[in-house]
Design a protein around this ligand. Structure first.
Ligand code: AMP
Ligand code: ZN
Length: 438
């Protein structure tokens, strides 16, 4: 088994909690240098000395995305701006983007954490790593890049898109490992197929790091089968650096959260009380090592559960389940709560479907309707309408079993749906705003 930092990865839980307490105290001391926390912690009379046990984390206030948005950026800075060497901006899919500042020490710690993740996933300095995600403000580009370099791999900073060039690079340098957003990985499979390339036969790939967006186990299996690789799920969010927060080891039982760098809590979003391991709730994180911009009890809006069992790999850092979705992604249709990932789960388990889908929400009169458009798989292309309709009806039935309402299913030609090289847009809500229909 490969590990980057044996002492930390396999640390005894008792020692880990001791380390967490020390780092939490340091974090509170640092946070008090930031105007925002000086104010909110000051109101509660909290100082670093008030944190004498890990349970005291519950005395600390939550921090939300709205807090980050409404305060001016430097309100969260715990160091002078001259110490800041990089800023990342979150994708802002759900509103105004937020800025996250990093000192050199932060970048070094993040790169080290990323190297730890990649090493755990089985990557070594002998790998050729093609980073096929955006290199802009999106943290997946530079985050993985620095980590893979720290590990000593040969890094190809390919960025997104241009499938022909991606293929050329993979062939020319014998790429063995890739980092790619799952929806783009599926789309690229189609493109490679259209170019007459069988990745399993013609490429040297053995590992695909996939993450940045929710994906079903069916989508993961398609990527593994299509490219002939093992996948490693990578979880993170800009507010907590980006990737490197949670990562799958080869046992693929969940995402190890690096608890020497973060305190992990899972809470009931309505009562804000912690939930038991095995129960789904909102993931809340506190940074333990960040210097420039420490964040306390950040409410991620991501829904997942702590896996109660220890991982067979022996690492003591607890695991989070696959992310079920973001609280903001939840659709409410005819009074039923639905996550897009539930639709994906059904579609990706069906061999007749292609790689891309889109959920359309409309209103007919006062009734909400859902249409699921999904590309046909190869086996269905050119088949009589009757056969296609049968598959569509079967999908409607399976979807009803999963989401409790019956969507209309439209099977469309491969390549007919819009695709993205970044995070996929899965839902288009065309319903008029409430007040217009009232
Ligand atoms: P951003 O900080 O804008 O890059 O977005 C971070 C968000 O992407 C997280 O809060 C999650 O909602 C989502 N995300 C990142 N990685 C994963 C993953 N492996 N599985 C599911 N969702 C993810
Ligand atoms: Zn493990």
């Amino acid at each position: 088994m490969s590990f980057w930092d044996e002492k930390i990865e396999f640390i005894d839980r008792h020692d880990l909690e001791k380390l967490q307490l020390e780092r939490l105290q340091q974090t509170v001391a640092r946070a008090l240098r930031a105007p925002y926390y000086r104010r909110v912690l000051g109101e509660k009379g909290i100082t670093a000395d008030s944190v004498t046990s890990l349970d005291h984390i519950r005395d600390l206030p939550f921090t939300t995305k709205e807090d980050l948005r409404t305060e001016t950026n430097d309100d969260f800075l715990a160091v002078p701006m001259s110490e800041v060497v990089r800023v990342h901006v979150s994708s802002g899919t759900t509103g105004t983007p937020t800025s996250i500042f990093h000192s050199q020490a932060d970048i070094d710690a993040w790169s080290d954490l990323m190297a730890r993740c990649l090493c755990m996933a089985g990557m070594t300095k002998n790998d050729v790593f093609q980073n096929m995600t955006g290199y802009g403000l999106f943290t997946g580009g530079l985050g993985l890049h620095y980590g893979a370099e720290r590990l000593g791999a040969l890094v190809i900073p390919a960025g997104t898109g241009n499938s022909r060039r991606q293929l050329m690079l993979m062939k020319r340098f014998g790429t063995t490992a890739i980092h790619i957003i799952p929806s783009y990985a599926l789309k690229l499979l189609d493109t490679l197929h259209d170019m007459g390339v069988d990745p399993k036969k013609e490429l040297n790939l053995r590992l695909a790091v996939i993450g940045a967006e929710p994906h079903s186990s069916g989508a993961k299996k398609r990527i593994e089968d299509g490219y002939g690789v093992r996948t490693a799920n990578s979880y993170g969010l800009s507010e907590m650096n980006g990737p490197g927060v949670g990562f799958e080891c080869p046992h693929q039982t969940g995402l190890h959260i690096w608890e020497d760098n973060y305190i992990l809590e899972v809470i009931d979003p309505s009562t804000l009380e912690p939930v038991e391991p095995g129960v789904i709730g909102e993931v809340v994180m506190t940074t333990l090592k960040r210097q420039a911009m420490p964040l306390l009890r950040y409410r991620t809006r991501d829904l997942a559960m702590i896996i109660p069992e220890p991982c067979p790999c022996g690492r003591t850092h607890r695991q989070l389940s696959r992310i079920k979705g973001r609280a903001d992604d939840m659709l409410i249709l005819k009074g039923v709560n639905i996550f897009p990932i539930q639709v994906e789960r059904v579609l990706m388990d069906m061999p007749e479907t292609g790689q891309t889908y889109l959920i359309l929400l409309d209103k007919e009169g006062s009734i909400d309707t859902m249409t699921v458009q999904v590309e046909m798989g190869e086996s269905l292309v050119g088949k009589p309408a009757e056969t296609v309709n049968k598959v569509a009806s079967r999908l409607t039935r399976l979807l009803r079993d999963e989401i409790l309402i019956s969507p209309k299913v439209e099977l469309v030609a491969p390549g007919a749906l819009p695709s993205s090289e970044g995070k996929a847009v899965r839902v288009i809500d065309r319903r008029p705003p409430e007040d217009e229909t009232a």
